[in-house]
Each structure stands twice: as C-alpha cells, then as structure tokens.
Write a protein that binds this ligand. Structure first.
Ligand SMILES: Cc1cc2nc3c(=O)[nH]c(=O)nc-3n(C[C@H](O)[C@H](O)[C@H](O)COP(=O)(O)OP(=O)(O)OC[C@H]3O[C@@H](n4cnc5c(N)ncnc54)[C@H](O)[C@@H]3O)c2cc1C
Length: 309
C-alpha cells in the first residue's frame, strides 16, 4: 500500500537555473549498487505492488507560516530604495541580504507567508557556503545519474533536500529583524523613469523606488517567450523501494520502459524528461518526473503518465 503524502503539481515554470543543474563533478568508478536495471523494473514496482500513483489523493494541504510582517504603509509616502517583486527563495534571500546595509526594502507578493510549492534539492557545499546549512531536512553522501540503460555515473558530492519551512522561516526572521516591509498584492505593471521606477498593484496602490527587482519566478507575467520547466512530484510511503539509501538519484534518463508506448517514446525523444528520486528511508521516497525546459510547455498530464509508466 502506498500513501501519497504530498503531490507537487506546479504550474509550468519559466526555466531558471537551479542548483541541480550545476553538476560538474567528474564521474567516479562504478561502485556496486542495487539500482534497478531499467526504469521498467521501477514501473512494475510502482503499479503492481503499490497501486497507481495517479489515483492517490493528498493527505495534507500546504501550510502558511505565522509571522507578523511589517506592512508597508503607502500613506506615509516614505521613500523606498528597493522594491522586490516576489517572496520566493530568490526574492526573500535578496531582501534579507540587501536590507543588511540599511537599504529600505519592500517585498511585494500576493501570498508572502504561503509555503513554497516546489521541491528544492541543492549541493551541500553550495548551501554551506551561503551559511544555510541549518535548512536541510536530509542529505545524501553521493548522487547518481542513469545516462541510459548501460551507463550510470556517480557523483562524489553530497546532495541535500532543503526544508522549505526552515529556509523560509529563517529568511523571514532575518528580513523582519533588518526592517524589510511587505505589501500583500500582485504587481500588474512596472514603469521605469529617469530617476525612479514604479509598480502598480492589483489593489490599485502605486509605489515608487530607486530600483525594482523582478523575482516573480515561474508565475511571472513580466518575461516573454521563455522556456518552461514542469514536473510532477510525489512523496510516497511504501512497503519497500529499489533505491540505495546513501545516494540521491539526480537524473534517470532511461527510456526503455516506454518501448510499448510508441506515442510516449516519440514524445520523450522530442521533449525528454527524467526521474529524480530522494530516498529518505526504506519506506519513504520522493519521486519527481521533470522536464527541465521546453517551449511550448510539456503537458502536465503527459508528465504524470510518464512517471506512472
Ligand atoms: C517543478 C519544479 C521542480 C523544481 N525542482 C527543483 C529542485 O529540485 N532543485 C532546485 O534547486 N530547484 C528546483 N526548481 C527550480 C526552483 O523552483 C526555482 O528555481 C525557484 O523556485 C525559483 O525561485 P524564485 O524565487 O525565483 O521564484 P518562485 O519560487 O517562482 O517565486 C516567485 C514568487 O513571486 C510571486 N509573484 C509572481 N508574480 C507576481 C506578481 N506579478 N506580483 C507579485 N508577486 C508575484 C509568486 O507568488 C512567488 O511567491 C524546480 C522548479 C519547478 C517548477
């Protein structure tokens, strides 16, 4: 019996560089491992023994953090140095860093306290160099990549799963102690003039600042003609799984499991996706099928189907 603890069906994302793309570590010699010989064996494991993941229902709703944010008061007409659009990981980190230098910052987001929807995986050394190592909820000593059915690479570089709650809490706490102000609204329009710029929000407030930073991420309406990232991810409780507990499976590009599905096989050659697996213990695993970038966006139903098969 498999239990779906949380699904991650995000909207299509404008492609941005994320930490797991920066894999420059050379492959190690092939160690002994228990990885399945193809993704077909994974799919048999998914569907016959544990039922169909697509039929599973989430048990929890995304939570919201409890903070008393300093609201920006437009009536004071006080001057802002920087307006940051978006309180995703990029926008909040920027607000936290910039506000350390007595720069007056206002972060604008329709839901500044909502938990972030995506799964964040990062190289441990990169996060440590940002002094964010307290925000991991799990690390693995190595990562692996199945390039195809006959080639697997091992990356001797620890990888970690970020606790979205810990990271967002830490950044919000630091923003509050540095005096960052917040405004809960969606930005509709950005205008630049010679000495200052302004934003117009959906609550009809208009704010001016010396600098406006667009950190509106995957739902941005300010980027045109971008590529799209899309993924379907689930956290599942299972009786057993075939993944090594000391390795995070960064990318499994194997496609032989699609041999009996000509349509999916052809479409996978055009818009390839890979499986990403974070085994937490012998009964809990996070699985995600990802299209790193495509234009037009790959359909969400198709990416779900590729994970199921
Ligand atoms: C499915 C998926 C899986 C991913 N997996 C990984 C992974 O494993 N590891 C990794 O490192 N990265 C991963 N990424 C990438 C990661 O999600 C992004 O790089 C990261 O979220 C970007 O952060 P951000 O702050 O730029 O944008 P976002 O997280 O998109 O945040 C943008 C914020 O801006 C707000 N906003 C949007 N429009 C407006 C507006 N008009 N006005 C005001 N506010 C606005 C939104 O409400 C949101 O809060 C994944 C992305 C996706 C889509």
């Amino acid at each position: 019996m498999a239990t779906l603890l949380w699904p991650f069906p995000p909207p299509p994302a404008a492609a941005k560089t994320s930490q797991f793309l920066h894999s420059s570590t050379p492959p190690l010699p092939f160690p002994k491992t228990h990885h399945p010989s193809s993704r077909k064996s994974l799919s048999e494991f998914h569907s016959s023994r544990f039922g169909n993941f697509l039929d599973l229902k989430p048990e929890a709703k995304p939570e919201s953090l409890h903070f008393d944010l300093h609201q920006f008061d437009p009536s004071t007409r006080s001057r802002l140095d920087v307006i940051i659009i978006g309180t995703g990981p990029a926008g909040l980190r920027l607000a936290e860093q910039v506000s350390r230098y007595d720069i007056k910052v206002c972060s604008v987001d329709p839901s500044p306290l909502s938990m972030w929807p995506n799964n964040y995986g990062v190289w441990v050394d990169e996060f440590e160099s940002l002094n964010l190592e307290s925000c991991f909820d799990k690390t693995w000593p190595m990562a692996s990549v199945h390039v195809n059915d006959s080639q697997t690479k091992y990356l001797d570089r620890p990888y970690g799963r970020v606790s979205r709650k810990k990271l967002k809490t830490l950044l919000l706490e630091r923003c509050l102690s540095n005096g960052v102000q917040f405004h809960k609204a969606k930005v509709w329009k950005i205008e630049h003039e010679e000495f200052e710029s302004s934003i117009l929000c959906d609550d009809e407030n208009e704010f001016k600042a010396s600098l406006i930073v667009d950190a509106s991420g995957f739902a941005s309406s300010f980027i045109e003609n971008h590529g799209y990232q899309i993924a379907h991810g689930i956290l599942a409780e299972v009786e057993e799984h075939p993944f090594d507990l000391d390795k995070m499976l960064l990318m499994d590009w194997r496609d032989s499991h699609l041999d009996n599905e000509p349509y999916l096989r052809t479409s996978n050659s055009r818009f390839p996706t890979f499986l990403y697996a974070m085994p937490f213990d012998s009964n809990l695993v996070f699985l995600e099928e990802t299209s790193l970038v495509s234009r037009p966006v790959l359909s969400y139903m198709e990416i779900k189907k590729r994970m199921e098969i």
